[in-house]
Design a protein around this ligand. Structure first.
Ligand SMILES: *Cc1c(COP(=O)(O)O)cnc(C)c1O
Length: 234
C-alpha cells in the first residue's frame, strides 16, 4: 500500500480516536489501535510498521503465520505485537500460542484448556480475551453472557493463561447509534464481573465503522482494518 495514503489514514484514525476519547472524558493513551491486516500483504504491513504502527490483528492462523514469518517483516519486527481476532479451532491452538501475543477469541472452556496446555509446553503465559456473544442470532462465536461467570471460574485454575478482558463483535449496523447499546452492554458486563473480583481491564470493541462510539462506551482496544488499509477485495 502507498505509504502516503496509509499515513494519511493512520493520522485520521488517531485524530478520531483522540476526539472520541475527549468526548468521553478519557485519555487517548488508554486506547490502543489494533491494525487488522487480514488480506493485507506483508509488504503493506511492513509499511505500516515503518509508519509506526505496532499492534496488528489477524483473523486466520494460517494467513498470520505466513505474514509473520515473511523475511521482510521479520527484519522490521521491532517489538511488534500480534493479536488473533478471529475464531480459533482447537487443532490450531499450538500454532496460535507460538504466533500471537494476545488471543482475543477464546470462546469455550475446552479451547481455553487447549491453549493453556500449549502455553505450558512453550513456557509462556498466554494473554487472552474472552469473546462474548451479546446478540443470540447474529454472531456465530462467543460465550453467552449467562455463561461467562461460570467460564471465568473454571479457567481461573489454568496457570498459563492470563485473562485480560472481554471482546465482542456486535451485529453490523450503518447507524452506529444502534450499535452503541452492545458496547455499553459489554462494559456493564465487565463492571459487574469486576465487582465479583475478576480483573478485566481490556475491552476490545469497535471496528472501522463504529470505533468512535465504542471508545465513547469504554473500548480500550479498537480493531480497525478498512479505515486504514482500504476496502478488502475478497
Ligand atoms: C476484519 C475484522 C475487523 C476489522 O474490520 P474493519 O471493518 O475492516 O475495520 C475487526 N475485528 C474482527 C474480528 C475482524 O474480523
Amino acid at each position: 500500500m502507498d505509504e502516503k495514503q496509509l499515513l494519511e489514514n493512520v493520522n485520521t484514525v488517531y485524530k478520531k480516536i483522540s476526539h472520541a476519547a475527549m468526548r468521553a472524558g478519557r485519555s487517548p493513551d488508554g486506547i490502543r489501535l489494533i491494525a487488522v491486516t487480514k488480506t493485507v500483504s506483508a509488504d503493506s504491513v511492513k509499511t505500516a510498521v515503518e509508519i509506526g504502527l505496532r499492534e496488528f490483528g489477524e483473523n486466520r492462523v494460517q494467513e498470520a503465520q505466513k505474514k509473520i514469518s515473511d523475511p521482510g517483516l521479520q527484519l522490521k519486527n521491532r517489538s511488534v505485537l500480534w493479536h488473533l481476532v478471529g475464531h480459533l479451532q482447537k487443532n490450531k491452538a499450538r500454532v496460535a500460542v507460538n504466533l500471537f501475543d494476545l488471543i482475543q477469541s477464546i470462546d469455550s472452556v475446552a479451547l481455553a484448556e487447549e491453549v493453556d496446555r500449549h502455553a505450558e509446553k512453550s513456557g509462556k503465559r498466554q494473554r487472552i480475551l474472552l469473546q462474548v456473544k451479546l446478540s443470540y442470532e447474529e454472531s456465530k462465536y462467543g460465550i453467552l453472557k449467562k455463561n461467562i461467570k461460570d467460564m471465568l471460574a473454571r479457567i481461573s485454575g489454568y496457570q498459563n493463561l492470563q485473562v485480560e478482558g472481554l471482546m465482542t463483535i456486535p451485529p453490523f449496523n450503518d447507524d452506529t447509534e444502534k450499535v452503541r447499546p452492545f458496547f455499553a452492554e459489554l462494559r456493564e458486563l465487565r463492571n459487574s464481573l469486576e465487582l465479583s473480583g475478576y480483573s478485566l481491564p481490556e475491552l476490545s470493541m469497535g471496528m472501522s465503522h463504529d470505533y468512535e462510539v465504542a471508545i465513547e462506551e469504554g473500548a480500550t482496544m479498537v480493531r480497525v482494518g478498512t479505515a486504514l488499509f482500504g476496502e478488502r477485495n475478497t
